[in-house]
Design a protein around this ligand. Structure first.
Ligand SMILES: [Zn+2]
Length: 171
């Protein structure tokens, strides 16, 4: 699915810029893709198996996540801090598009961010803000694109027209 207000290409660029802006040591786990999400599941399902990944990753997984069984043997990774499911990178584009366009009706950065973290975990504010900044529908709605000064003039003309009409009735 591709949305007309932000392309997947633009979105992938946002993700890439966010990741590369981080120190190398933070890049790997800053966002969670399906592969890492599956690794977290494996670590949490096999707490005594220390061969799944290195000690740091195992500790990180246990510290930050728990599993929720959706259907028998099908687990969802939940972020402990927010109690919300992890939003994996592969689903991010669609979830952000839906939240921004349908749930918040092209709400601003803060509104879109709040709506996202209400339901999802392990998503970064920077990514959501850049997403909103790159929405072409929001771009044309920005005040700088609308000559705001024109509005009061229209209102005044309308009111004075009403006034004229009232006066002519009274006369
Ligand atoms: Zn928008």
């Amino acid at each position: 699915m591709e949305n007309n207000f932000i392309s997947r290409y633009t979105f992938n660029g946002i993700i890439e810029r966010y990741i590369t802006s981080l120190p190398a040591s933070k890049q790997e786990k800053a966002l969670i893709n399906l592969e890492l999400s599956n690794k977290i599941k494996e670590i949490l399902l096999n707490p005594s198996d220390l061969t799944i990944d290195n000690k740091n990753t195992c500790e990180w997984a246990r510290k930050n996540f728990v599993l929720e069984e959706i259907t028998p043997n099908d687990y969802q990774v939940i972020v402990k801090a927010s109690n919300n499911p992890v939003l994996v990178v592969e689903n991010m584009y669609e979830v952000l598009c839906r939240t921004h366009a349908e749930i918040t009706q092209h709400g601003g950065q803060k509104q879109t961010w709040k709506s996202i973290i209400d339901k999802w975990g392990w998503i970064k504010q920077d990514v959501v803000e850049n997403f909103v900044n790159n929405c072409t529908i929001c771009a044309v709605r920005k005040p700088s694109f609308h000559p705001l000064a024109a509005k009061p003039i229209i209102a005044r003309n309308f009111l004075s027209r009403v006034q004229v009409n009232i006066n002519s009735i009274h006369n």
